[in-house]
Design a protein around this ligand. Structure first.
Ligand code: NAD
Ligand code: ZN
Length: 360
């Protein structure tokens, strides 16, 4: 037995208003005046001076505003990398992602692909990245995915939706400023928050669980219950705690894996473009059989916050479309093994998956 030796985020600052310190954090990392800092920022903040006036720009630094309406694609990463290489005389000093999981994943992937040859689709998988990435910084503006702390960046490629999982993926620096999450719309708050809750349930009920994962998973779970069920926190406390729940949920899956909900949600995302947070909720809502207590509590949370989930999204799909979705889901072997054990193929047949998808 050999144990995995995981890298972690090397530096982290936490606190309301810590975003103000970004200039001081970045300036020692500037390589030279020709090597810019590239800020990849969710376009929901374009024109929002409360955020943008605090992005420290100097020399040839640049902000790319990018929409989070669609999750990151390998083609989008490759295009952005090409543009950066063509526009500057030197490689950037750093890549800074300011947004949710979509934008943070994009920042991670761009920083990797600036130093690694070829196309990003060739790095989807486990430990395929050869060279260290450019210095990269994650600044979450919505909490739940754990993308700020994880060693993956999830991309949709021509053949699959799969992460670039590598030792070079985690951020070198994370800025946790819960105040940045204050304007997240309520439904989105729930969907992305539930991503964290589902990470906990999948990790805590998985066969890969060990004391490391369990300690983080239990803490995140406890925070989620306090946030989404007990609900006697001030808004500020809730923002602070959800940011820490996301962090712990992400740490919990570092040493374990996610499970059935994520595998099936990746299928939905690949075929229908269903986004991660809402997709996980749609799937998880139908998984009593696998996670009875977790799903029962999820339903309580959903009702408490009056969240309606779309229904019948798979009702009119063709056999060919089901096959595509099922192929994507089944290809995520580590997730199934974590959820159902080594002999998962006996339980999770194509017919079983189709039956589950039809309920959604
Ligand atoms: P997101 O980044 O897709 O954003 C969701 C919506 O919220 C967008 O419309 C965005 O503009 C908006 N938004 C974000 N911050 C806001 C703010 N402060 N105020 C107002 N609106 C705001 O959402 P997400 O759920 O954080 O990320 C989903 C993505 O994360 C998916 O692509 C998924 O694959 C990825 N993911 C990655 C990991 C990982 O470990 N790398 C883990 C889980 C999910
Ligand atoms: Zn997730």
């Amino acid at each position: 037995m050999s144990y995995k030796n995981f890298p972690m985020v090397s530096k982290v600052v936490f606190g309301r208003g810590s975003f103000n310190q970004l200039g001081d954090i970045l300036s020692p990392k500037r390589l030279n005046v020709k090597a810019p800092f590239i800020f990849i920022v969710d376009d929901v903040f374009q024109g929002n001076s409360w955020i943008t006036s605090r992005i420290p720009l100097a020399y040839e630094d640049k902000i790319y505003y990018i929409s989070a309406d669609e999750e990151p694609k390998t083609s989008q990463v490759d295009k952005l990398v090409e543009e950066i290489i063509l526009n500057y005389k030197a490689l950037p000093s750093g890549i800074i992602g300011i947004g949710g999981g979509t934008i943070m994943d994009l920042a991670k992937a761009v920083s990797i692909m600036l130093t690694n040859k070829g196309e990003s689709k060739d790095y989807q998988g486990w430990d395929l990245v050869k060279k260290p990435a450019i210095y990269h910084v994650g600044i979450p503006t919505i909490s739940g995915t754990g993308a700020e702390v994880s060693r993956t960046t999830v991309l949709t490629g021509p053949e699959r939706k799969l992460g670039i999982n590598s030792d070079y993926t985690p951020f070198d620096q994370v800025v946790l400023d819960p105040e940045l999450t204050k304007d997240v719309p309520k439904n989105q708050w729930f969907y992305t928050g539930m991503d964290c809750y589902i990470h906990c349930i999948e990790s805590l009920n998985g066969t890969f669980l060990n004391a490391f994962s369990k300690s983080y998973g239990e803490k995140a779970y406890e925070l989620c219950v306090e946030l989404f069920l007990d609900n006697n926190l001030t808004e500020e406390e809730a923002q602070d705690k959800l940011m820490m729940a996301s962090w712990h949920g992400g740490m919990s899956i570092a040493y374990s894996q996610v499970g059935v909900a994520h595998a099936m949600s990746y299928g939905l995302g690949y075929l229908l473009g269903t986004k991660h947070g809402i997709g996980n909720c749609i799937v998880f809502n139908q998984l009593e059989e696998f996670y009875p207590e977790g799903v029962a509590l999820f339903k309580k949370m959903k009702d408490k916050h009056n969240i309606d989930l779309p229904q019948g999204i798979c009702a009119n799909l063709s056999d060919k479309e089901f096959d595509i979705m099922i192929d994507v889901a089944l290809s995520l072997e580590p997730l199934w093994e974590n959820a159902l054990g080594k002999h998962w193929k006996k339980t999770m047949t194509r017919d079983k998956l189709k039956e589950l998808y039809l309920k959604m």
